[in-house]
Ligand binder design. Sequence first.
Ligand code: 13P
Length: 392
Amino acid sequence: MASLLQPAISLSCSQFLGKSLKCSSSPQSNMTPASGSLCVRAGAYTDELIKTAKSIASPGRGILAMDESNATCGKRLASIGLDNNETNRQAYRQLLCTTPGLGQYISGAILFEETLYQSTVDGKKFVDCLKEENIVPGIKVDKGLVPLPGSNNESWCQGLDGLASRSAEYYKQGARFAKWRTVISIPNGPSELAVQEAAWGLARYAAISQDNGLVPIVEPEVLLDGDHGIDRTLEVAEKVWNEVFYFLAKNQVVYEGILLKPSMVTPGAECKDRKSPAEVADYTLKLLKRRVPPAVPGIMFLSGGQSEVEATLNLNAMNQSPNPWHVSFSYARALQNSVLKTWQGRPENIESAKQALLTRAKANSLAQLGKYTGDGESDDAKKGMFVKGYVY
Ligand code: 13P
């Protein structure tokens, strides 16, 4: 019964969003909902949040996700034979953050906490390198996944404790947006419990981020794992986004000041019935049109283990006609894979690795504008990167 009511509730909330935003500029006074209705809170940072989200969702630009935890960054470094230590992580992040011209294609960069507080070897803060390129620095704030008791071997995402004070500190350090990634597994259910927990956690995080001046990226990743067809992915994704918007509304999150990071709607990685970019775009846009209010400024997809070229082709297919939102990318693997392979940890390869980053960023910028052709891509860029049970 409750779930039948949910779409209606989230729709009516978004409909009077504009009116509620005007009701007061004081965070405190807006904590009280208007009598008998859901009221969207307009906190001290509302105007800034809307501006930040708009600048990240600007034409021909998307997000570079470079927020791998130290453990995951270690896996990336190991793939090119490097030790996982602070010096090597700094060298790699320096390469990414100091690529001249990157800001033409990249509007935001998600950092891990270590990187937010790190500098180049010459002592220039990474956040300043990014700002010079007109790239907004962001921060991964979730504390990772742990088993969810009572579920079907599923997980939940930690990190709400102390989030408000951490977010305030990140803002002082220059971060203007945040990311919280939780996952949904199709082969493991997904259970009602796991979906509700994922949606609730994302909504609490989003409200806390907005209270502290950070635009929340809302990322319930529907994992590629499984042999299910594309229709099953659509069904699960609809359910997930339904719950997410229901709880975002309940937590009085300002939709104009968030960004979404969904998975594209594709068949499971082990499904034999593969789909073309046009079909993936068709399913994914159907999902978004059914579930995402046009007040949301940007949809920044994750790549999820697709090859670099596949992720770019799919994004391009989604931008063949106008959308109500900016439809773009927030890729980690699909932007970084060829960079790492080119770099190999050698100083003499840094310039060509920066070029490799610009090549991928430009390809996705063209895809955001619907103008990517896929011509001239290497075989490496076409190789899938799916890892079963992937941990970010
Ligand atoms: P991938 O693009 O590698 O799936 O990473 C997405 C992500 O969540 C990073 O923020």
